[in-house]
Design a protein around this ligand. Sequence first.
Ligand code: FES
Ligand code: FES
Length: 140
Amino acid sequence: PVLARAYHEKVISHYEQPRNVGSLPKGDIDVGTGLVGAPACGDVMKLQIRVDENGIISDVKFKTFGCGSAIASSSYMTERVKGLSLDEAGKIKNTEIAKELCLPPVKLHCSMLAEDAIRSAIRDYRSKRSAMSNPKQSGF
Ligand code: FES
Ligand code: FES
């Protein structure tokens, strides 16, 4: 069936041609960096977001040192969160990624890495911002 084939190709392409691989400047005040690891296998994922003045994610980059499913999960996540607010992005569940990419149960933790990474990037962005507005609390 044509539809099933199109779907399958979409999934495959996140494996073969990951989107948004790269880095954003970590020091920029509008950039949040998430760096997480999977204890089960030692794979590491870095995911960065740039947030515009309306609180919308305008750019996303990732680097994943890990298995194919982790790379595909992070690639999917970068496309999924672009254009979303931080609250919306923070609600994306690894089960959605696993379903979209047809991950088998043993690969669930790979998609968990992408969920952890986006949350960690959001946290980093927010803590940078609050450090800026509360200089005393941040220890400066
Ligand atoms: Fe080793 Fe995932 S368990 S790469
Ligand atoms: Fe560990 Fe995929 S992230 S096997």
